[in-house]
Write a protein that binds this ligand. Structure first.
Ligand code: FES
Ligand code: FES
Length: 158
């Protein structure tokens, strides 16, 4: 049964009246028109839907909207500061780590989540953290270079 659910999305308070069991990804895309987060597998295996919930990488496709009530959700749309891209976005651009772009928002949010927890990750920590992020264009070499660059210049995101 629909009920009002209040949360913070990209720094702004939002209230949606909906079934609390709906996936966060569906609410972001369909109710809040935030379509940057993509639906790949829909079952927590590809990382395309990754957002940050209270600063932690989260698969929005398998997270219910009810479970994020009162929490802070950051999507790719909220990452830049005005015209200034986040250092992770800059790193992806600098390394040309984007092909079709479908995986890119989830990859970037995954990297931001990693850097929130490990500001200076080793290659092994990068590979472990990003293991669940799939790129159907197989752009992994450039992605790794971008993540290394981002780790070099990244900053903590709330
Ligand atoms: Fe969420 Fe694949 S769409 S992990
Ligand atoms: Fe196409 Fe990764 S750039 S899926």
């Amino acid at each position: 049964m629909a009920q009002p659910i209040t949360l913070t999305v990209n720094g702004l308070p939002k209230t949606v009246t909906t079934d609390p069991d709906r996936p966060l990804l569906e609410v972001l895309r369909e109710d809040l028109q935030l379509t940057g987060s993509k639906c790949g597998c829909g079952e927590g295996r590809c990382g395309a839907c990754t957002v940050l919930v209270d600063g932690k990488s989260t698969h929005a496709c398998i997270t219910t909207i009810g479970s994020v009530a009162g929490k802070s959700v950051l999507t790719i749309e909220g990452l830049a500061s005005g015209d200034k891209l986040h250092p992770v976005q800059e790193a992806f651009l600098a390394e040309g780590a984007v092909q079709c772009g479908f995986c890119t928002p989830g990859m970037i949010m995954g990297v931001v989540g990693l850097l929130n927890q490990r500001p200076n990750p080793t290659d092994e920590e990068i590979l472990t953290a990003m293991d669940g992020h799939l790129c159907r264009c197989c752009g992994y070499p450039k992605l790794l270079k971008a993540i290394r660059r981002a780790a070099h210049t990244g900053r903590k995101t709330p």
